[in-house]
Ligand binder design. Structure first.
Ligand code: ZN
Ligand code: ZN
Length: 387
């Protein structure tokens, strides 16, 4: 089956920036992570997404992939080291003479780089005995506006791969279960001499029998079957601090999957998504609310109240307030993260007219208007007629 295009896998255009690629990867990794997605196809898709990201997140690999496709990258992962000898990958591709195909395959397809001839001898494939960092875990949590205001705590249960408790991460239980690889005498590498158009070259390859580890495990650990890790259901207590901003990420260093061969554990990232509130709005650390009240109350003024996430805020409206008055109440906004400071609460008054008016009310109001010192319309007419 043909491999899918890496850009298609991540759903990004070829022109995507590293940030866009990272973002797309995170989203998909979260969607298909086996801890989250129990569908059968998810694991395969998760692998595909990781593979695509591994290449597209690395500038050099991405460049090669763009020019040579999957073949270029898989060759690069197995072989390598050519740039060290002043011999670039592109140079090799551009060579055009008979019989080149063979050596090209030997060099790139076999997973090794020549010991002589090119001057390079690098081998990009990492030694399987070397420590490897554990994978990160990405989680998402939706919280309410009120929870973001007050702070929130919850427990998340996750499947985390931890160092196998039976073999302590070795992959076998007894030393006698491990033998030195006969193929490579424990070096993990095999060397052969090959004829090529450059003359005789020494080709070093990763030992196929032991995969480069130099060891053969005869009897794998009964618990982890040689995988060195075992999956544990783990409860993680997550504290979301008061004042958290939408889309913030909380990081739990070294709490994700353990590494193998004593490599460090990965990190857990929890992205917090804050839902909108029906009435309150947040701008920076300040809280805003539109407060409707009859126009007549703006004229009279007085004491008013507003419920605020469990408490009641009392405030005064001065008499003869204009319909666009904003009342500021200090220190009732969002807490500023990591500081003992809060934003403010802004109550935006919104004077409202009654839906209907009876003729008797109209008459009373007319009398009231005479009492109130508002002759602005009469004054205005005079000014206009003289202008
Ligand atoms: Zn071997
Ligand atoms: Zn084990």
């Amino acid at each position: 089956m043909a491999k899918k295009d890496y850009y298609e896998v991540l759903g990004v255009p070829k022109t995507a920036t590293p940030q866009e690629i990272k973002k797309a990867y995170r989203k998909l990794a979260m969607k298909y992570h086996p801890d989250v997605n129990k569908e059968k196809s998810a694991e395969e898709l998760f692998k595909e997404v990781n593979e695509a990201y591994e290449t597209l997140s690395d500038e050099e690999k991405r460049g090669i992939y763009d020019r040579f496709g999957h073949e270029g990258v898989s060759n690069m992962n197995q072989g390598g080291g050519f740039n060290q000898g002043g011999f670039s990958f592109e140079d090799l591709k551009n060579f055009n003479f008979g019989g080149f195909g063979n050596i090209f395959e030997d060099l790139f397809g076999g997973g090794g780089a020549p010991g002589g001839g090119f001057g390079g001898q690098g081998n990009f494939r990492s030694n399987p005995n070397q420590p490897q960092r554990g994978k990160d875990i990405f989680l998402e949590k939706k919280i309410t506006f009120e929870e973001a205001y007050k702070g929130f705590e919850y427990v998340e249960t996750i499947n985390i791969s931890k160092r196998c408790s039976v073999c302590e991460g070795k992959g076998y239980e007894n030393e006698k279960d491990v033998h030195i690889c006969e193929e490579c005498s424990g070096t993990g590498k095999t060397i052969s001499i090959q004829n090529s158009l450059f003359g005789k070259v020494q080709v070093q390859k990763t030992c196929k029998k032991c995969n480069g580890s130099g060891k053969i495990i005869k009897t794998a650990c009964s618990q982890c079957r040689g995988k060195k890790l075992e999956v544990n259901k783990t409860s993680l207590n997550i504290k979301v601090p008061a004042g958290i901003i939408d889309q913030s990420e909380i990081r739990f260093p070294k709490k994700a999957h353990d590494g193998i061969n004593n490599g460090p554990s990965g990190d857990i990232y929890v992205r917090i998504l804050v839902k909108n509130h029906r009435y309150f709005k947040r701008i920076k650390n300040d809280l805003y609310i539109k407060y409707p009240l009859p126009l007549i109350k703006l004229i009279i003024g007085g004491k008013f109240s507003l419920p605020l996430f469990g408490s009641i805020i009392e405030f005064n409206i001065p008499e003869l307030s204009t319909p666009d008055t904003v009342i500021r109440i200090k220190n009732k906004g969002f807490k500023v993260i990591n500081r003992e400071v809060r934003g403010d609460l802004y109550i935006e008054l919104k004077g409202e007219l009654p839906k209907k008016i009876s003729s008797s009310t109209k008459k009373k109001l007319n009398d009231l208007v005479k009492d109130l010192d508002t002759k602005s319309d009469v004054d205005f007419i005079k000014k206009v007629s003289k202008a």
